[in-house]
Design a protein around this ligand. Structure first.
Ligand code: FAD
Length: 258
């Protein structure tokens, strides 16, 4: 249970508090996971990030910089974000959660099901950490990292990208969430959530430059999902292939958005 709630006024203070309290302290974004059963934190100290000015969205030199404390709902309303990211935000079924949860919290929480991560992976997102250094989103979620995320950077926000969530009902948990992006040279990126314990890129399949039935088969063969409450493993393999091939066609039919 949180007993001490610090409100630092600078990133330096926040990092200093973390250095002081180490694993007994957590960074506090929107608190939607930290305060919710059964994910409620057992740590004693919270370091609130709300006073650090990390809530701006900035388009600079063709890149999009999104402050980690932007709520998912505020992000949805920004005219600066790519259409595919807006679509993915719509997959988070609860407006209450979207109003509370922050983009940084969504990434750092490493939810087993995260409908935003595939589109961010496909767009080759980087994170700017508390030490000012950039790190690939993929490396962050694959490691056991818990560094402070200051902002989220989309290097190519104009890239063609499409995403889809497959679920039994609109508000239901996802069977899978997929995203495909296609850069100016026609190079494809594929990201999938729901087929392992975290979202993944399918790099081997990307390199083969396939489409249609061949792409469907390659995606199905590249994954080894486990059955869960939402779906059998066989259905996940099948639908992942179909959706990725469909999303590639969607991307091919798009013009770059900016
Ligand atoms: C009813 C309900 C429904 C939910 N539905 C979904 C859903 O559909 N999809 C989904 O993905 N999640 C869902 N969640 C989980 C949760 O809302 C998300 O994980 C959320 O995005 C967390 O964001 P937050 O800002 O509230 O994070 P917090 O709860 O503040 O923090 C979550 C974790 O991230 C860390 N953290 C927060 N901000 C930063 C930062 N800037 N740098 C480093 N570490 C940080 C915290 O220390 C903590 O470990 C749901 C939760 C609830 C209560």
């Amino acid at each position: 249970m949180i007993e001490q709630f610090f409100r630092p006024e600078s990133v330096r203070q926040a990092l200093e508090l973390k250095r002081q309290y180490l694993d007994t302290a957590v960074y506090f974004g929107g608190g939607s996971k930290l305060n919710a059963a059964p994910a409620k934190t057992v740590t004693r100290v919270a370091i609130a990030l709300a006073g650090l000015g990390m809530d701006k969205i900035l388009s600079q030199d063709g890149q999009l910089h999104i402050g980690a404390m932007i709520t998912i709902q505020t992000l949805e309303h920004s005219p600066l974000i790519p259409a595919a990211l807006r679509e993915a935000i719509g997959f988070v079924y609860s407006k209450n959660v979207r109003n509370q949860a922050t983009l940084g919290g969504e990434i750092a929480a490493r939810q087993q099901e995260s409908v935003l991560i595939p589109v961010l992976l496909a767009m080759h997102t980087k994170l700017i950490l508390g030490n000012g250094m950039p790190v690939d989103l993929e490396d962050y979620i694959n490691g056991a990292r818990s560094e402070l995320i200051l902002s989220v950077m989309l290097p190519e926000p104009h890239i063609r990208c499409a995403t889809r969530k497959i679920s039994r009902s609109t508000g239901g948990s996802a069977v899978i969430t997929a995203a495909v992006a296609l850069d100016g040279k026609g190079k494809m990126r594929i990201a999938l959530d729901g087929v392992t314990d975290k979202a993944i890129r399918l790099r081997d399949v990307e390199r083969r430059n396939l489409s249609d039935a061949a792409l469907e088969t390659a995606v199905s063969n590249a994954i080894s999902p486990r059955a869960d409450l939402c779906s059998s493993a066989a259905y996940k393999r099948y639908i992942a292939g179909v959706v990725v091939a469909d999303l590639l066609i969607e991307c091919q039919q798009m013009r770059e958005s900016w």
